[in-house]
Ligand binder design. Sequence first.
Ligand SMILES: Nc1ncnc2c1ncn2[C@@H]1O[C@H](COP(=O)(O)OP(=O)(O)OP(=O)(O)O)[C@@H](O)[C@H]1O
Length: 311
Amino acid sequence: MIEIDQITKTYGNSAVVDRVTMKVEPHTIAAIVGTSGSGKTTLLRMINRLVEPTTGTIRIDGEDTRTVPAYELRRRIGYAIQGHGLFPHRTVGQNIGTVPKLLGWDKARIARRVDELLDLFQLEPGQYHDRMPSELSGGQQQRIGVARALAAEPNILLMDEPFGALDPIIRAQAQQNLIDIQKHFGTTIVLVTHDMEEAIRLGDRIAVMDEGKILQYATPQEIIARPTTGFVDELIGTGERPFRLLSLASIREAVEPGEAKGTPISADATLRDGLAELLWSGRAALPVEDGGQRIGRVTLTELNRRAARPQ
Ligand SMILES: Nc1ncnc2c1ncn2[C@@H]1O[C@H](COP(=O)(O)OP(=O)(O)OP(=O)(O)O)[C@@H](O)[C@H]1O
């Protein structure tokens, strides 16, 4: 658990992070979203003390971070940034093994961990282990950056716009990869993004920041349905609300017994994907498939109901 308690950072006379209080429960993802300059990166970097808070306290699993040497804190907490920050003259394997090596792991253990992570990130170890970062695509470099941050099995991972530079398709894959890996390791993640769509997709809770303050910290459902300020509403985009709600749930959750004609949709697709397919194909219902088996159908009527503002 990360407990941020009345944390402030001032530069000169201005508080760029202003008395922020928030808790991140273990094994969850908190997304910090806000406009440029709202203080997101500063807040994130105070968690691993890359930036020292001016006032306030941060506790990790009950321990005040000021009582731990900063270098030790940074080895314990994974950190991944936009542009990956890989060492250009070290191989992929050496990059991923950086922190385990600093921690004195033996060679065999480091090698096992590097291969495990390459596998998880869908990069064949035999093929990628000895490559240099310049011999990888942008998306692959980004995945290695995240793999390196996870190498020493940190309970906590801080991510600053990790997917910001990726094109939309690679970005969606990288996001799914992160969700799978977070489930696999149970890592607690704090992620900074300026993209509300990404925050909604990844965050168990979303903190909306403006001018150093947290305006709302709640589940994506709550933020979409009941934004506390006009600014939060604006950031969500009023025209997007019903679609954002639909993108939070899978077809599996809306499936009902019955038949429907035409190409089926996967139970793992989002309700938003389902609506798009219904509208595009001009159908009132789609058959739903799970692992090659028909499990029922999803209807336009049901998606209409689920897209409406929650009461
Ligand atoms: N070392 C510093 N000295 C003075 N001002 C700083 C320093 N670091 C950050 N700031 C200021 O603090 C404010 C918040 O910066 P921060 O990088 O945390 O914002 P952000 O929300 O992450 O922005 P972006 O999305 O553009 O990265 C900005 O106005 C920035 O200019």
